[in-house]
Ligand binder design. Structure first.
Ligand SMILES: [Zn+2]
Length: 312
């Protein structure tokens, strides 16, 4: 089976065709148009699905289903509405799975992007073979996905794994989710920039803080150590709550793991139970931007397998 696999982000839309065994047969990346609305997204995906379908036809293949990853909790069911999509507000209130299925003429599974990436890393990447693992995406915000006993934990509202919005500072910074003091406010790309400026660094992006750390700037390295401290506390919470075989860090900030990994592991070790901490490998993701594309394709085929088992 060939799956048209899409990762819709606030900055880019990544399209691919993925085979059942995880081979990426085609890929294309486009910038996300500002103010993206459901019709705009459907038009883009229709065009890209056609181009991708034309390309794989020469190999005797065709697109049989689609998976779409979005930066939002995705409730179960074809008719479920997206209710909270801060990075793509035009998609709020939309029955995305039903709309895209009707528009593209194939079955479309919609999944949260970090949950999809968790599945991708568990299938082909850093947590391959792990029965229980957590995935934490570090970018503009903090997303997460939980694989528990071999299955993606979704929850009835599709919001399981929103670990970036666990509170770490009870009277801390206001968060986009409506709460305050969430981890996202202390360990995301935005947090890195803010911490760096507070330390007197003249920087415009989190990438510049990374560059300074790479060149040995002490203040920049301290910023990452601080981020590691917070991520260590978050990791300990995961170790103590789900006893994972691995915790995988993905997203653009994970590229700086060599600067925050040590303080992260020190803090996680200090705050978690000993045996589960020793068991848990805390690593950077292997799949980069392909994690969600592969994962959402895997979700499509896994859902089929499950349906087969239930209705043999
Ligand atoms: Zn929050």
């Amino acid at each position: 089976m060939s799956i048209f696999s899409v990762d819709v982000g606030g900055t880019n839309i990544r399209c691919a065709v993925v085979s059942t065994d995880g081979e990426i047969l085609h890929r294309k990346q486009l910038p996300t148009p500002p103010g993206l609305n459901p019709n705009g997204l459907l038009a883009i995906l229709k065009e890209q699905a056609k181009l991708a379908g034309d390309e794989i036809r020469s190999r005797g293949l065709s697109i049989e289903a689609a998976g779409v990853a979005v930066p939002a909790p995705v409730p179960m069911g074809r008719d479920a509405k997206l209710t909270q999509v801060p990075n793509l507000p035009g998609l709020e209130g939309v029955r995305l799975s039903a709309m895209l299925s009707d528009g593209l003429g194939v079955r479309v599974l919609v999944e949260n992007d970090a949950a999809a990436a968790a599945v991708g890393e568990n299938w082909k990447g850093a947590s391959r073979g792990a029965n229980t693992s957590a995935y934490i995406s570090l970018g503009t915000g903090i997303g997460g996905g939980l694989i528990i006993d071999g299955r993606l934990r979704r929850g009835p509202d599709g919001s399981a794994g929103e670990i970036g919005h666990i509170c770490i500072e009870k009277n801390g910074r206001k968060c986009g989710c409506g709460s305050r003091g969430c981890f996202e406010q202390y360990a995301s790309a935005g947090a890195i920039l803010r911490l760096a400026r507070r330390n007197g660094l003249k920087v415009a992006t989190s990438e510049q803080v990374f560059e300074l750390a790479r060149h040995g700037n002490r203040d920049a390295m301290l910023v990452f150590q601080r981020v590691g401290y917070y991520l260590g506390i978050l990791s300990a919470a995961l170790i103590n709550s789900i006893n994972p075989d691995s915790i995988v860090f993905g997203g653009k900030v994970a590229g700086a793991m060599r600067f925050f990994g040590e303080s992260l592991k020190k803090e996680a070790g200090y705050r978690s139970f000993r045996a589960p901490f020793r068991r848990c490998s805390i690593v950077r993701g292997k799949l980069g931007d392909d994690a969600a594309i592969l994962g959402v394709a895997r979700c499509v085929t896994a859902r089929d397998d499950e349906a087969d088992r239930k209705h043999p």
